[in-house]
Design a protein around this ligand. Sequence first.
Ligand code: AHR
Length: 641
Amino acid sequence: MIVVFSQGKAQTAGKHEVPKEGKKISSDLFGLFFEDINYAADGGLYAEMVQNRSFEYSPNDRREWHPYSFWEYITPGFSYGSVNVETNAPVHPNNPHYMVLNVEHTGDNGVGLKNAGFGGMVVKAGEQYNLSMYVRQLSDLPVTLSITLQSPKGNVLAESTFPTSTNEWHKYTSTLTATASHDTASLVIIAKTTGKLALDVISLFPEKTFKNRPNGLRADLAQTLADLKPKFIRFPGGCLVHGDGLGNMYRWKNTIGPIEQRVEQKNIWGYHQTLGLGYFEYFQFCEDIGAKPLPVLPAGVSCQNSGGTWAIGSTGQKGLPMDEMDAYIQEVLDLIEWANGPVTSQWGAKRAEAGHPAPFNLEYVGIGNEDKITPVFEERFKMIVDAVRAKHPEITVVGTVGPAPDGEDFVKGWKIADELKIPVIDEHYYCQPNWFIENNNRYDRYSRQSSKVYIGEYASWGNKLINAISEAAYMTSLERNGDIVIMASYAPLLAKKGYTQWNPDLIYFDNVSIYPTVNYYVQQMFSANDGDYYFSKVISEETKDSTLAGSCVQDSKTGDIVLKLVNAGNENKSMKINLSNFKHIVPDAELMVLSGHADAANSYEHPDQVVPVKSAFKVSRKMKYTTPPWSLSVIRIKTVK
Ligand code: AHR
């Protein structure tokens, strides 16, 4: 038998009755910020195993890089021939470089190329790997190609062979089944017979990508993101949006269609973007994990730090020339058509061609990423916003107010937002843990009549429990202010070992392992335990204490009540809970606690050093709860109708 407490007046919301004291808050509050920084996409979430698959690496990416980078020319068994990167007859003009392999003498083993991916390829016995490559036979006779996955010592882990068949570019595909495992394998392509051939877009994916999507995502990393139960995903950044100079702005049209047609470019964080994880893959991932897409498009200006100008305290921001703005604005409008338009529309048809005839139900579009608020920015931002509003009044525009929680850009950005009545404004801040404690009342003071807030990037400087708990305390204030703070995303999200440009991050990974930080668990405990009604009087402190914070929300769909209690201090502290206003409470609840030493952190060696611990918990209508030092406790309480 379920024993329930029953008391209080109610309002009907969703499927369950919610006490009338509840304040409606955003149901999209906690989501993800995704940027290809720290090898988050290429070499990370994007499951492509070959590095520089299209021979498009260049000194523009990094001074020492070129089309041969990450490819080794191999002539085993006294063979000889030559390799040459050419551009005169590419697979597609967007992808100009390709490799020509000329085999003069095959020796014992032939002539070929080897690629070790992003620090070695992870191959697992029994699993399948999908190879695809464009080949053009340049000699009269067919050339036999041997494809193998090999350990560093040359042990063959998987193999396949095929002859070339045409003098036109042709896409060859083959599935390789691994008979042995290795974490630092290479792809080896050998021409076994004499002749000449051109090769391009040499791609290898594990068969098991997330949800088995072709051109898909690394399954374990994508699952780690899905486990956060994010309500939205921001993409593609970050500074990657506005780019290092105008030529490096992220142009969404360059990122869709067959991979050989995408326009690769340098990554502002000092490496290369294949754009293989482009807009389609992003929207598909959002749909796969039930998150809303939140694309952010450049506001027609480049990053103010372009060319490293931050170092001299000046602005490297450049604006698109005015005679290019009409076309640029059309590009923004086309994205909305691509996401939501019917298959009969020009851009909706391209979405359908990619395999998704149904609309993606885009609701939000961000314009600009923490840009310097200059007249150049303001003019272009206004033009874009006006056009989106005129053509798509159903879309909620998200504006930008600089890179800090205050200061000149913040003030100027908010002034523009007020003047233009921008519905949502994107605030960014990276601060010390104390800042998050001391500013817990930041949004209590915000006007309820102005723009709503999206905290698009925030983090306390570190991955220790002291950082995560200060974020947790702050996140209770976001729930409390969930009527005006409608979205928030920790940043950055992903960081690859040995390839990291920015610390701290939410999730660290290498090719084989992943460790979620303590900050990750805080995000997860909030986002998997959110609600759409907030109650201000349920949790209170015994005596006023700035190291304590709490919030109470209810999910009107399930009726579940969630209490979050945070202790950002060194001692046990008691907090009071009063559930008198709720009806039909089930006393057997669930408790989840994340706690430890202020300096505790997870690591590759100890990925589970600090993780939430679950236990059963009995609730009563009025009770006290003792919060351990440096802790976040989540109590999830069921109600019955
Ligand atoms: O999150 C890392 C960077 O911080 C983002 O690219 C940028 O928007 C911010 O300055």
